[in-house]
Design a protein around this ligand. Sequence first.
Ligand SMILES: [Zn+2]
Ligand SMILES: [Zn+2]
Ligand SMILES: [Zn+2]
Ligand SMILES: [Zn+2]
Length: 86
Amino acid sequence: MTATSIICMMAILHHVHGDHVDEHALAVSATNPVHCTPQTRCSHKHGPACGHETVPHADHVDYLVDGRLHHPHGDHCDDHGSVHLA
Ligand SMILES: [Zn+2]
Ligand SMILES: [Zn+2]
Ligand SMILES: [Zn+2]
Ligand SMILES: [Zn+2]
């Protein structure tokens, strides 16, 4: 068995045990907390067609606005911290 095939098997096993959570999603951390920031207001409500890039974060999707994660919440956005994408 080659090293490559072993890595493939491990990836598959990991995927099965990963349940519904996307392994590539950002983790909730001090840098990217999940909290409510009622003072964060945008000119529009983010959606699939708003033009902002979407970023998977924990079990939800945020919108990338000026390098920060915005999560639509009622009449405002929750600021889930800054991200630096490669
Ligand atoms: Zn909020
Ligand atoms: Zn926003
Ligand atoms: Zn938007
Ligand atoms: Zn978030």
